[in-house]
Design a protein around this ligand. Structure first.
Ligand SMILES: [Cu+2]
Length: 681
């Protein structure tokens, strides 16, 4: 009797939340986060997903099936909330969810209060902009193309077995559909699209030989681009232009040289003091997370200066990436990738391999991201594990500083090491690795490594001005790699000695009228309004973010942004791709901090036609005087391709540095002992 009553109570308890779901909030999820910026747990993601889907099920005006979730992530608390937060205080816990319904071509953004288990807001974004591509869409579209006879015929016409072809999916970029095609579609030019390139993998997709891995990107099938309508799930357009021979290049590395071991050992342990995501190393302290869109985010970066933790930055991250190709040809003109906003770069984070991506002394952090299809048989909570996607490690960095006493030749030298915080993502043919390098001298260097395979083109022996030949197989079949440019926008929310900062530009020039012809000086100009600036290596143009405090010399404390690799777009100024990625036109943009201004090309750049992001952010030319300044740096790389980058490209590097300039009273690296290198002996 007792037992059956218990069973009955269990039934009621189990039944209640299901009933409650449609009318009321469900039971709150347990919040285990101890820091306001801690990424959502799998259970929090599931709770957010259930709350938002319950709303879609209960509202007759909303679709309730075939929903996708391109993004589900922590909605970060307002900056002010985080800045005043103390360990142990409570903090908001809000989820940001994008909901895509392909059939009706609509997307909503939901905010969910996880502490209250309720929907805060649900807003539809304007038609014409699209959220990033999703994994499940790519699989559906691929199946549609594989069954599409004209594509199969086009492959056979090029000597490629369609069953052994690799289909590479792309955001549709900037070439609209032909008018006669768009006219037949319910959503016209606003139709959600995917575009596909084909490569000859030469083997079935599930075939893998570790000794001879397939490299489809080395075997481009030229002249065929398939466009899929993702609202209706059908091919709407296919180019079938040139027929060029397809390379049989194996692309395999022949490992004939075995180098002797080089081991990174720390016999007395690491100097990285990490509690969860809070990292302390030497005098540095910061909080680290991996974001599904931006990838690595560093929060609340501080430096302990004689025991005082001085703020330097509130939030540092990649904001957008823009890569376009310089070949004037219909199959290439649309290829402009915004890897962050169109592809959710963070979701492409790779599991880092020790001794391949990072040395053996690396500490590895895991991430959890939500699947775009929600909770299902494959992922019970909807959350997917991204293990070991962030690494922190100390490495050898050569000489830190050195001086020699001229009277007796006695040396005083310190060996440097640096802390590398890294992640890398694989986006189609490219791999981008992002290193944020913290140094003993108070500087931070950001280095982006570009590797992978160039986006290759099947070709013949005719010369093409924008597509150098890079590969030739044993039969003499050529491969070309069109020239292209990479632009990476970093959002640097610097808070030098606190949020209220000034923005300065430093330039060096000859100083006339001193009576001496050797004189030159660095002059400073205020940048007192939002806007943009261009790099100028001839004047050593640097940008300084000044704090409100004065240093020992009566000058504001400051950090300098020193440009690294710079590129200017060589496309026409009115090229549609550049209009969408206007941030690429200038190396520096500077804005007054405003909540929600996160992405250099706007929140939804995929298929967007209106100018968004930085040009909009700076439009009102808001004051920067003693304001919370956000600096946006565009790192650039003009890639004129060469044979040595085929069949795989060695890592190329671009980046920038953040360097203290009057932030400290003297060299902050005086505290490093000279026993550091061989501390184990
Ligand atoms: Cu490149």
């Amino acid at each position: 009797m007792e037992r059956s009553l218990l069973v009955c109570l269990v039934c009621v308890a189990l039944a209640l939340p299901a009933v409650a779901n449609s009318a009321h909030a469900s039971l709150p999820v347990e919040i285990t986060a101890t820091h306001p910026l801690e990424p959502l747990t799998a259970l929090e993601m599931k709770a957010a997903y259930e709350i938002v889907t319950a709303r879609f099920k209960s509202d007759p005006d909303l679709p309730d099936d075939k929903l996708r979730f391109p993004m589900l992530v922590l909605s970060e608390p307002p900056k002010q909330t985080v800045l005043v937060w103390k360990s142990g205080d409570t903090f908001p816990r809000v989820a940001y969810v994008e909901v895509l319904h392909n059939e009706s071509n609509r997307t909503w953004v939901a905010l969910i209060d996880l502490r209250q288990s309720k929907l805060i807001s649900l807003e539809q974004i304007p038609e014409g902009a699209q959220p990033a591509l999703t994994d499940s869409e790519s699989k559906e579209a691929e199946a549609i193309i594989r069954a599409y006879k004209p594509w199969q015929d086009a492959m056979r016409a090029r000597g490629v077995n369609p069953d052994l072809a690799y289909l590479d999916y792309w955001a549709p970029g900037d070439a609209p559909l032909p008018d006669e095609v768009a006219a037949l579609l319910p959503h016209g030019q606003n139709t959600r699209l995917l575009r596909y390139l084909t490569f000859d993998r030469g083997a079935k997709l599930d075939a893998f030989d570790p000794l001879a891995p397939q490299n489809p990107y080395d075997r481009p099938v030229e002249g065929v681009v398939v466009t899929v309508d993702m609202n209706a799930g059908a091919v709407v357009h296919m180019t079938d232009t040139v027929v060029h021979p397809v390379s049989s290049e194996s692309g395999n590395a022949a490992a004939t040289v075995v180098l002797k071991p080089l081991i990174s050992e720390q016999p007395r342990g690491s100097d990285i003091d990490r509690q969860g995501r809070l990292v302390r190393w030497h005098n540095w302290q910061f909080y680290v997370a991996l974001h599904p869109r931006e990838g690595l985010v560093l929060y609340d970066v501080r430096f302990a200066d004689h025991g005082t933790l001085r703020p330097i930055a509130y939030r540092l991250s990649l904001s957008e990436a823009y890569v376009y190709y310089g070949l004037g040809e219909e199959n290439w003109v649309w290829r402009g990738a915004l890897d962050v906003g169109e592809y959710n770069a963070g979701m492409w984070a790779q599991t880092l391999k020790v001794n391949q991506d990072v040395p053996e002394n690396a500490q590895l952090l895991d991430a959890v991201f939500f699947s775009d299809t929600g909770a299902d048989a494959a992922y019970e909570t909807g959350a997917r594990d991204f293990p070991a996607t962030v690494a922190l490690y100390e490495r050898d960095a050569g000489i830190l500083w050195s001086r020699t006493d001229p009277s007796n030749s006695e040396r005083d030298t310190r060996y440097a090491r640096e802390l590398v915080v890294t992640w890398n993502c694989w986006i189609g043919n490219y791999v981008y690795s992002f290193d944020w390098i913290f140094k003993l001298d108070g500087s931070i260097e950001t280095r982006v490594l570009l590797t992978g395979t160039t986006l290759n083109r099947g070709t013949n022996d005719a010369s093409e001005p924008s597509a150098p030949k890079v590969g030739i197989d044993t039969k003499g079949v050529l491969v070309a790699a069109p020239n292209h440019q990479h632009f990476l926008s970093f959002r640097l929310d610097l808070d030098v000695d606190g949020p209220l900062n000034d923005m300065m530009e430093m330039e060096v020039a000859h100083l006339p009228n001193t009576g001496f012809k050797n004189s030159f000086t660095a002059t400073m100009h205020y940048i007192d309004r939002e806007g943009f600036r261009d790099a100028n290596p001839f004047t050593l143009r640097h940008w300084h973010v000044e704090g409100s405090n004065k240093n020992a010399f009566g000058k504001p404390t400051s950090y300098a942004l020193e440009p690294g690799g710079v590129a200017v777009p060589y496309s026409a100024p009115d090229f549609p791709g550049l209009t969408r990625a206007a941030f690429a036109q200038h190396q520096l943009w500077v804005t007054q901090y405003k909540e929600g201004e996160m992405y250099a090309a706007g929140p939804f750049p995929n298929q967007a036609r209106a100018v968004a992001g930085l040009p909009e952010f700076v439009k009102d030319a808001a004051s920067l005087a003693k304001q919370d300044v956000v600096v946006w740096y565009t790192a650039g790389y003009t890639h004129v391709t060469r044979p040595e980058e085929f069949p795989v490209m060695s890592a190329e590097t671009i980046g920038f540095r953040l360097v203290p300039r009057g932030f400290f009273t003297r060299n902050p690296a005086l505290d490093v002992g000279d026993e550091s290198r061989n501390a184990g002996n």
